[in-house]
Design a protein around this ligand. Structure first.
Ligand SMILES: C[S@@+](CC[C@H](N)C(=O)[O-])C[C@H]1O[C@@H](n2cnc3c(N)ncnc32)[C@H](O)[C@@H]1O
Length: 305
């Protein structure tokens, strides 16, 4: 079944976040290190381990949250009122979720569903999710964001906000989900390893037939330092599809390939046989690419002699 109707609404959401990303891109470009400097910086950063990268993510998001959490969550405005900030979250849910409830709920009553938001920030979208679904969990790497979200949503007993380690969902114990959502979070994650770790963790916690929906940057790869916590790594359509297959998902729909907001819909197969078929398809594709690579090298080697 084709899913993801009402995508035009999503484009409005994309526009609202653009100025901040554009500013960040400009500030990246303005200091413009020479290519050699950039490469040296890259080599130095590549030696940095994942835990250092995660510490930096947490520190910098805590700083942003202390400075002006709501601005860094949605850069459309500097001076959000409570009402406007949470209305912007209602819009995200209306555009990205309410337009697609048949696929998300698959016959279930939303009030009996448990939903997870990865990177919940100051609770902008979490609050709107909690008005639609029975139980809503939010995780975020920033303790400052978590405090602000908890304070804002204190009167909602079906909301549970937790600080996590920035790469997986272990903090959630045994909770299982019917739907996992994330908006404008992987946009800021500079590591494929971290993004894929979240995707695998989401699969482990989703009930069969459940899905995860999130955007990744799909635009041109910029020469970012690999520990930049504002501009994330970019994905091509093929890379996104491979990540889905490696993680045991089916990528059934996508929107915005090649743009800053490349939305992905990954489904956890309902039946084991389907999961096996997808896995085998992935292994065959990898083997075929390796074989083509080897063949190319043999042919090129032959041409030289
Ligand atoms: C632009 S805000 C978006 C917040 C929320 N999703 C929304 O749309 O209102 C990005 C959020 O992602 C969180 N974040 C960044 N890197 C993260 C990571 N590795 N794991 C979990 N959260 C992360 C930040 O702390 C921040 O709250």
């Amino acid at each position: 079944m084709e899913i993801g109707k009402g995508r035009s609404g999503g484009r409005d959401g994309i526009r609202t976040h653009d100025p901040g990303v554009a500013n960040a891109v400009l500030s990246q470009l303005s200091y413009s290190p020479t290519r050699a400097e950039g490469q040296l910086q890259y080599i130095m950063m590549a030696g940095q381990d994942l835990s250092g990268q995660l510490e930096k993510m947490q520190r910098e998001w805590d700083e942003r949250a202390r400075e002006n959490a709501r601005f860094y969550v949605n850069t459309e405005r500097q001076d959000w009122t409570d009402a406007e900030f949470f209305q912007s979250g209602e819009r995200t849910v209306a555009e990205e979720i309410l337009t697609d409830m048949i696929n998300i709920c698959q016959g279930k009553d939303p009030k009996r569903m448990t939903v997870l938001e990865i990177g919940c920030g100051a609770g902008r979208v979490t609050r709107a999710l909690a008005r639609v679904f029975g139980q809503v969990y939010g995780v975020d790497i920033s303790g400052e964001m978590v405090s602000q979200a908890r304070a804002a949503l204190v009167g909602m007993p079906n909301v549970h906000i937790l600080r996590n380690n920035g790469k997986d969902l272990d903090v959630l114990g045994n909770v299982r989900f019917d739907f996992v959502f994330s908006s404008i979070v992987f946009q800021h994650i500079p590591s494929r390893e971290v993004i894929e770790s979240y995707v695998r963790a989401a699969r482990g916690r989703l009930r069969r037939g459940g899905r995860v929906t999130f955007p990744v940057p799909g635009g041109l790869a910029l020469d970012n330092p690999p520990d930049d916590t504002w501009l994330g790594v970019t994905f091509s359509e093929q890379e996104a599809r491979d990540m889905a297959l490696r993680s045991g998902f089916e990528m059934r729909y996508s929107f915005g390939a090649g743009t800053q907001y490349f939305w992905l819909w990954f489904f956890k197969p309902k039946f084991l046989s389907e999961a096996w078929r997808r896995h085998r398809e992935y292994r065959l594709r990898v083997a075929y690419r390796r074989w083509r690579g080897k063949l190319g090298r043999v042919v090129r080697g032959g041409e030289r002699t």
